[in-house]
Design a protein around this ligand. Structure first.
Ligand SMILES: *[C@@H]1O[C@H](CO)[C@@H](O)[C@H](O)[C@H]1NC(C)=O
Ligand SMILES: *[C@@H]1O[C@H](CO)[C@@H](O)[C@H](O)[C@H]1NC(C)=O
Ligand SMILES: *[C@@H]1O[C@H](CO)[C@@H](O)[C@H](O)[C@H]1NC(C)=O
Ligand SMILES: *[C@@H]1O[C@H](CO)[C@@H](O)[C@H](O)[C@H]1NC(C)=O
Ligand SMILES: *[C@@H]1O[C@H](CO)[C@@H](O)[C@H](O)[C@H]1NC(C)=O
Length: 479
């Protein structure tokens, strides 16, 4: 009996010993794994950062259910202490990170790793209401305030939002329904808005189902937005892609946008509010944009352009199943100007109008607009355009007594659709010239002969934003 107990005990000891050894080995193995699980992150950015942290360090949980608004705001607040000490980056690993709006800080990078998804909260009470933009006077959906954007920043410098094509999902369906049923008390939020900020980079991300506009830099300068995929149902309301608004020195490159409104909409305030604020959008370059937007334009200038739009250069634009190419929308009462616009190289397929300009867009902020505030539309250049399956080549409607002038079109080949409109051009209250344009343009755009096919070209000097070079930033991270 005693011997048996002894044997049992020694067996037990043996088992425990083996277990301890195994666990020890496991422990060592996982420590080794930990060391090798530090990994290298490398990307291009306008600035690299001295400090890194993960949202998990602040209690974030990426299960798609836990609300992370506080974790994100706490992370940004903590990391803002490094603004004058080399800056910081917040890494968001793979996972579904449900969050309400949070504010960004200066000298800061938000980095969404591959398969990281920021899911916008569907709790409307989570969304703070902020003042309307001073250059608009009103919200767009309802007079008065507007819901703050998911990612928001104001009076910042050196802000980067980037990643390995991680996603920001606005879960917009709820907002679109509220918009359609006229149940919105305030204007819908955007996905990203930066106000009064300088040195901004937004790159290598996918934005889906925004409640309204996707990316809205306003009253800001030195902005690079590149490698962004924006996806929204083509019938979703006002899901504009990228809207530079009263901004200077902006570069939009290699963006792919499918949306329910203009892929890029260049703006500068609304009627008397925009005129008073008086801040134009200028020095904007748009390259290699691909757009699908059956009810809107690849690039729109306006309709809110009351602070003015000047020196826009668009190059290598591709649009498929889109209403128009580069359109100008304005109205009596807007004031302001749209001038020195250059478009070079558009490949278009299945379009309602290749060229569309209207001075009769209406859509006023309120009834106080000034009937004497006439917009000046001048110096609008297009060259090297190929379009197929087009219903109408152009619909160009200036303002009576305030014609749109200096329109230049060269080297344009438009193939009409089987069911095209009878008259490919309608032109009223416009002035300009053409060369090498097919089908033959309206009489208000006289042909200068085929030898002038290289007119309407870009200015020769480049814009300052093109001199900004990105650095290669590399980090060794331990998780
Ligand atoms: C974010 O900034 C806006 C505007 O400055 C402010 O109204 C809001 O309270 C800020 N949110 C937080 C969480 O600090
Ligand atoms: C942000 O900058 C604008 C324009 O310079 C200024 O009017 C405003 O007071 C600033 N806001 C804050 C919170 O500093
Ligand atoms: C980013 O993700 C989107 C959506 O999944 C995809 O369509 C796009 O091709 C991706 N872009 C890159 C550069 O991988
Ligand atoms: C041409 O455009 C029409 C709409 O105007 C569209 O229904 C049709 O599918 C297009 N054809 C091709 C070949 O893309
Ligand atoms: C006309 O446009 C086509 C297509 O964009 C381009 O390949 C060609 O070089 C242009 N011709 C001239 C004279 O610029």
């Amino acid at each position: 009996m005693k011997k048996l107990l002894m044997e049992k005990t020694s067996w037990l000891l043996l088992v425990i010993l083996v277990l301890v050894l195994l666990v020890g080995a496991e422990g060592r193995k996982s420590r080794i794994l930990d060391e090798s699980s530090s990994y290298d992150l490398e990307y291009k950015a306008i600035s690299c950062r001295a400090h890194s942290a993960s949202i998990t360090d602040f209690g974030g949980v990426g299960d798609g259910k836990t609300l992370n608004t506080k974790a994100f705001q706490e992370a940004v607040n903590q990391l803002s202490q490094y603004a004058s000490d080399g800056g910081s980056q917040l890494i968001v690993p793979a996972g579904q990170w449900l969050t309400g709006s949070f504010n960004l800080t200066s000298h800061f990078t938000l980095f969404l790793q591959k398969d990281a998804v920021l899911l916008a909260s569907q709790e409307i009470n989570e969304w703070a209401v902020i003042d309307p933009l001073p250059s608009y006077g009103h919200g767009r959906d309802a007079a008065g305030g507007r819901y703050i954007s998911l990612l928001f920043g104001t009076n910042l410098t050196d802000v980067i939002i980037t990643g390995e094509n991680g996603t920001i999902d606005g879960q917009g369906e709820l907002w679109w329904q509220k918009f359609h049923s006229k149940k919105l008390k305030y204007t819908r939020p955007y996905l990203i808005e930066l106000m009064h900020s300088d040195n901004i980079q937004i790159s290598d991300l996918t934005l889906v189902n925004s409640p309204s506009w996707n990316i809205h830099p306003v009253y800001s300068s030195n902005i690079i937005i590149q490698g962004i995929t924006i996806l929204a149902p083509v019938k979703s309301p006002n899901t504009d892609g990228i809207n530079p608004d009263s901004c200077t020195n902006v570069r939009l490159e290699d963006n792919y946008i499918v949306s329910g409104d203009d892929c890029v909409a260049v703006k500068s305030g609304w009627d008397e509010y925009g005129i008073k604020y008086g801040m134009p959008t200028s020095q904007l370059v748009i390259r290699r944009l691909t757009c699908i937007s059956p009810y809107s334009a690849a690039i729109a200038l306006g309709s809110e352009m009351s602070g003015g739009i000047q020196d826009v250069r668009a190059e290598d634009i591709t649009a498929i199943n889109t209403e128009s190419g580069v359109r100008i929308k304005t109205a009596v009462g807007r004031g302001g100007f749209v001038k020195d616009v250059y478009v070079k190289g558009m490949t278009l397929h299945t379009m309602k109008w290749v060229f569309w300009m209207t001075g009769n867009y209406g859509s006023h902020a309120d009834t106080h607009w000034d009937p004497n505030a006439l917009p000046e539309i001048k110096g609008i250049n297009y060259r090297d355009v190929v379009a197929e399956n087009v219903s109408m080549a152009a619909r160009l409607e200036g303002i009576s007594g305030d014609p749109f002038t200096g329109i230049c079109m060269s080297n344009v080949t438009i193939s009409m659709a089987k069911k095209a409109k009878k008259y490919p051009w309608t032109c009223t209250d416009i002035e300009g010239i053409t060369s090498g344009v097919q089908p033959p343009p309206c009489q208000l755009l006289p042909d200068q002969g085929p030898e002038k096919s290289e007119m309407c070209d870009f200015p020769t000097e480049s814009l300052p934003i093109d001199n900004i070079e990105m650095q290669r930033c590399s980090y060794r991270l331990n998780y």
